[in-house]
Design a protein around this ligand. Structure first.
Ligand SMILES: [Zn+2]
Length: 559
């Protein structure tokens, strides 16, 4: 999963409970009336056992997350080895090549790296210059700074920096940002529904508004209430290069000269002399209250030297042809990202970011599913497209490229089921379905979970923006209904702490490796769920649609 810098995570929105609990006393009373349910329950008991045992899945994870693959960084030899292995596996499973060069779809990228020895950041106030430390205070983000820049500019605090017409919110109204740097606190006000908040907090949307208001740069203060990763770990990997797709059609932040990531623990420095303190703003941000907007008393002096290098990578695309004369020309996509972060700063003496769960787990599932559908064939009226994308960790780039230039006709893609870091680390009782209420596909996923005795829930932490933080979002933006399903938990349970600890300790850290505890039974159950969802979607009479009231339906119009 892509790191969620600059998003807020306070779990404030209620989720929709899907299964209402029946009081046990009333239950017996209702038995006769609930004959249909009883039949359902019987059917559930006689459901054939899982097609999976977790072992073949784990064998793929072990290969992909082995130290010899060096964390599968985009453009690296390790990723090429992983992809060669994946091609071998899908060939063995009898899938047909559906890329451009056989199974491969080449993807051209550029890498951007800040040369810190030739870069500096400082705050200037009344002729006095205070240098900022890259390690402790703030650093130029290579994701947002695409060419060498030297600037000195006034700064304006713009609250969350959002303009959301649907909610009549315009935090930039009345502010003079021409030639200035906008400083914002990552997050959104509480009265903005999760999907809208996610959408407008993407780099592309936020920058659109800031640019229209005249800004030339942006400083993101991370929101202490919602940081997945502590500053120390963010900072230690700040020299990791960023990437983007080659070609101006893919530039989401034209005109952005400089992007800076700011440590909230150092943020008081920005507000000196402004009449406000960061402590006061962070308190408001924690409660997701509206924020004041005002000019800052300090100006920003930045020298960022950027090195740009071309990078070659590839997606892998394989096809299981459908059996129906017409529907075989439609495709259900099963996707996962095969790249991870590569080699980085050592943590506890380990510098290989193996990415066993992120997303070795999803890639392994795709390979295991291919083999499983060969070993246990089932009717598939539509075709299934197995897509292993590159450069997810660099900003969903491989999937973005595939969605813009699919190797099958764009309109023929009926759904994307994306598997990324599904975390089989607790017994399988709950599945979190991102997109549950958005489309027929979400509803179908919920129904299948229920039929397996698993409770489907909406994301209990919608403000972590996870629905737009993995590859399904590339398909969503092209109008394709999508879901991402994860092993889940409910708020306030011991499981919540297990997941929280996992994020803190292992997410995007070298300890996301094969030496962590994993529940193979849960992995097998998750695979079975995915198999049923795939087959069900491939065989359904109608292709899935976004629901009429879904926020994401807007993308179908423009594609
Ligand atoms: Zn990730």
């Amino acid at each position: 999963m892509r790191a969620g810098l600059g998003v807020t995570g306070a779990p404030c929105y209620p989720h929709t409970p899907i299964r209402s609990e029946v009081n046990p006393m009333r239950k017996s009373f209702l038995l006769v009336l609930l004959f249909a349910c009883a039949v359902g329950a019987l059917a559930q008991q006689t459901t054939p056992a899982s097609h999976f045992d977790g072992n073949s899945w784990w064998a793929h994870v072990k290969f992909l997350a082995d130290d010899s693959l060096e964390g599968r960084n985009t453009g690296s030899e390790g990723l090429r080895k992983a992809e060669a292995y994946a091609v071998e596996q899908v060939q063995k499973a009898g899938l047909e090549p559906a890329g451009v060069n056989g199974f491969y779809q080449p993807v051209r990228l550029n890498q951007f790296q800040v040369d810190e020895s030739k870069s500096s950041l400082a705050l200037v106030s009344k002729g006095k210059t205070e240098p900022l430390s890259f390690a402790d205070d703030a650093f130029p983000s290579s994701r947002a700074t695409r060419s060498t820049v030297h600037l000195e500019a006034p700064m304006v605090f713009v609250g969350y920096g959002l303009k959301i017409p649907e909610k009549n919110l315009d935090e930039l109204a009345g502010l003079d940002l021409h030639g200035k740097v906008a400083v914002y606190l990552a997050g959104s006000p509480a009265d903005i529904p999760a999907a809208l908040a996610s959408h407008y907090q993407t780099a592309e949307e936020r920058w659109k508004a800031l640019r229209a208001a005249g800004a030339i740069g942006a400083v993101a203060i991370l929101n202490p209430a919602s940081m997945d990763i502590p500053w120390s770990r963010i900072s230690v990997n700040r020299d990791q290069p960023s990437m983007d797709l080659e070609g101006s059609e893919f530039n989401e932040t034209p005109g952005l000269q400089l992007g800076v990531t700011f440590n909230p623990a150092s943020a008081e420095k920005l507000f000196a002399g402004s009449g406000h303190t960061f402590a006061e703003l962070a308190e408001l941000g924690k409660a997701r209250k509206p924020l004041p907007r005002f000019p800052l008393a300090v100006t920003l002096k930045a020298n960022a030297t950027i090195q740009k290098t071309p990078v070659e990578s590839a997606n892998i695309v394989a096809k299981l042809p459908g059996s129906d004369a017409t529907r075989k020309d439609e495709f259900v996509v099963l996707s996962a990202h095969i790249d991870h972060l590569g080699v980085g700063a050592p943590i506890n003496g380990d510098s290989i970011y193996n990415g066993a769960m992120d997303d070795g787990s999803g890639s392994a599932l795709v390979l295991d599913m291919a083999a499983n559908l060969k070993a246990h064939p089932a009717e598939t009226k539509r075709s299934i497209l197995f897509v292993l994308v590159t450069a997810e960790e660099k900003g969903l780039l491989g999937s973005k490229y595939f969605a813009a230039h699919p190797t099958v006709p764009p309109k023929s893609i009926v759904a994307d089921i994306n598997v990324d870091m599904f975390l089989p680390i607790v017994p399988l009782k709950i599945l979190t379905i991102q997109g549950i209420d958005e489309s027929d596909l979400g509803r179908r996923a919920a129904a299948i979970a229920e039929s397996m005795g698993i409770k489907p829930i909406a994301d209990p932490e919608p403000l972590r923006n996870r629905f737009i933080r993995s590859d399904q979002y590339s398909f969503i933006k092209k109008g394709v209904p999508a879901v991402k399903v994860d092993v889940g938990f409910e708020l306030g349970t011991p499981e919540q702490k297990i997941f929280k600890d996992w994020l803190t300790d292992r997410y995007h850290a070298p300890s996301d490796d094969v030496h962590q505890p994993v529940d193979l039974g849960t992995a097998a159950g998750y695979e079975e769920f995915t198999r049923r969802l795939l087959l069900d979607t491939a065989n359904a009479a109608d292709r899935p649609e976004w629901r009429k009231d879904s926020f994401f339906r807007r993308y179908t119009a423009s594609n």
